[in-house]
Write a protein that binds this ligand. Structure first.
Ligand code: NAD
Length: 466
């Protein structure tokens, strides 16, 4: 079967499906080729099922602290199989939701693996590699995403040395797990598995966990993780990982150069991702890459006219919401609109361990390095009435202003609901708002959000409750 479309999208993650729906809404004929579940890693094996597991971890922690709230719960217990099943059901529901949106918007879903034949033609094969159909399109968007990478020489065997995908569907809570890498994935799984009783050890190469976050914020998480008795080796090098007798030995050199063997039931590799560019015919049509990531211009057009790339496959920041923003920009540009450029200075970054971490814009170190003189405001949740009422007093809000312009450069939150509270600061950073723009905005009382305005006031010594 041969068909022609205005737009063909390769991949149906938060980049691909948003691009497909957006183009359909603009009246275009659209097909989306997907080799696996609709919704990509985010919905099926990333953002969403992890949040479901984290909800269970949060509930389990609360149940275990019930006596603090005056409840007598004797011997609470959990069924890990049911917990995993719930997370799979949530992922399945959302994937079905995207199928529904495709139908509603008349996007044709083509199941199979797509490969370029020429810059306007994609050949789709089934799981066995048999060619199913050839599709042509005026424009093509590559949104094939990324997958976990490993340390060279260490193979993710999916049984003992696992990636985030296996970590989402373990049969049971392992007695012990070593987590290599303390970015968002490493830290979230550390929190999940520690909450359910595993002995968790983190190994991070850089000098702090969550290395992209402000140092002071990462210190708060480190303190909280120490309280949870998560072991952390920071500034450590992984030398090798050996599997023997149903155990994994992760051999590391700690920051002082001492060799340590960490023995565990599982070792989770969470050191970042690599682009899915193999076997899709990029070389055939001459699409340029940069260490694997597809090169694009500011409108996401690749080195080949009419072929675009968005999302993880073009490189950092590899985040679902960035992919979706790039999708909308690319589609609007293709169809003659004049969209604003994606503002990479105002991308929220969220990590959903407890305490949650959320940030936007520059850290204190990056703002200083960029030559700004800073006014910094802070507010600790322990001084916020709502935080005390709900028993969530860990953490703080930190905001960073430029002294000369009084423009907000960055906002950083660690604590309960940080990932919800950050949106206000994203708007402020995106719109380059000044202290005067922000200072009189009324925040509901009592609310955790009052901590945001108090931190803003504190930057200019106008806070009431500090
Ligand atoms: P990451 O890049 O965020 O973090 C990887 C971590 O591994 C870094 O801290 C890095 O310093 C460390 N590392 C690298 N090599 C190492 C080594 N040899 N030994 C020890 N540590 C090493 O990657 P990730 O956590 O795997 O996540 C993958 C992608 O998915 C990221 O782009 C991330 O932002 C995204 N993601 C986002 C969320 C979220 O927003 N909540 C959740 C999960 C994943």
């Amino acid at each position: 079967m041969n068909s022609h479309y205005d737009l063909l999208v390769l991949g149906s993650g938060p980049g691909g499906y948003v691009a497909a729906i957006k183009a359909a809404q603009l009246g275009k004929s659209v097909a989306c080729v997907e080799k696996s579940e609709v919704g990509g890693i985010c919905l099926n094996w990333g953002c969403i099922p992890t949040k479901a597991l984290i909800k269970n971890a949060d509930m389990w922690r609360s149940l275990n602290e019930a006596d603090k709230f005056g409840f007598n719960l004797e011997n609470p217990s959990f069924d890990f199989g049911k917990i995993v099943q719930r997370s799979r059901e949530v992922a399945g529901k959302l994937s079905k939701g995207i199928n529904f949106l495709f139908k509603k918007n008349k996007v044709t879903l083509i199941s199979g693996f797509g490969k370029f034949i020429d810059k306007n033609t994609i050949e789709v094969s089934d799981n066995e590699g048999n060619i199913k159909e050839t599709v042509t399109a005026d424009s093509i968007i590559i949104a094939t995403g990324a997958r976990p990478r490993s340390i060279p020489g260490i193979e993710i065997d999916r049984k003992y040395i696992i990636s985030s995908k296996e970590a989402l569907v373990l049969d049971d809570v392992p007695d012990s797990i070593v987590i290599i890498g303390a970015g968002a994935i490493g830290v979230e799984f550390a929190y999940i598995y520690k909450s359910f009783g595993a002995e968790v050890t983190i190994v991070e190469a850089l000098p702090q966990i969550l290395p992209n976050e402000d140092e002071e914020i990462a210190k708060e998480v480190t303190r909280a993780f120490k309280k949870l008795k998560i072991k952390m080796y920071i500034g450590a090098k992984v030398q090798k990982v050996n599997v023997a007798n149903n155990l994994v030995d992760t051999v590391i050199e700690d920051k002082k150069g001492k060799e340590i063997i960490l023995s565990s039931q599982k070792t989770l590799m969470a050191i970042g991702v690599q682009p899915n560019i193999e076997n899709i015919g990029l070389e055939k049509i001459g699409i340029e890459t940069n260490v694997g990531w597809i090169k694009v211009n500011k409108n996401y057009e690749t080195s080949i006219n009419g072929v675009y790339a968005i999302g993880d496959v073009i490189g950092a920041p590899c985040l679902a919401h960035v992919a979706s923003a790039e999708a909308i920009h690319a589609v609007e540009k293709i169809y003659g609109h004049n969209p604003a450029l994606v503002n990479y200075n105002a991308v929220p970054g969220c990590t959903y361990c407890q305490p949650q971490v959320a940030s936007v814009g520059l850290t204190e170190a990056k703002a200083t390095d960029a030559g700004h003189e800073l006014k910094i405001g802070k507010f600790y949740f322990r001084a916020n009435g709502k935080s005390l009422a709900i028993g969530e007093i860990t953490g703080m809000v930190k905001v960073i202003f430029d002294t000369k312009t009084n423009i907000i450069l960055g906002g950083h939150i660690v604590g309960s609901e940080a990932t919800e509270l950050i949106s206000e600061l994203v708007t402020a950073v995106d719109k380059q708002m000044t202290f005067d723009d922000l200072k009189n905005i009324i925040h509901a009382h009592p609310s955790l959000a009052e901590s945001v305005i108090e931190a803003i006031h504190d930057a200019y010594n106008e806070a009431i409750h500090v």
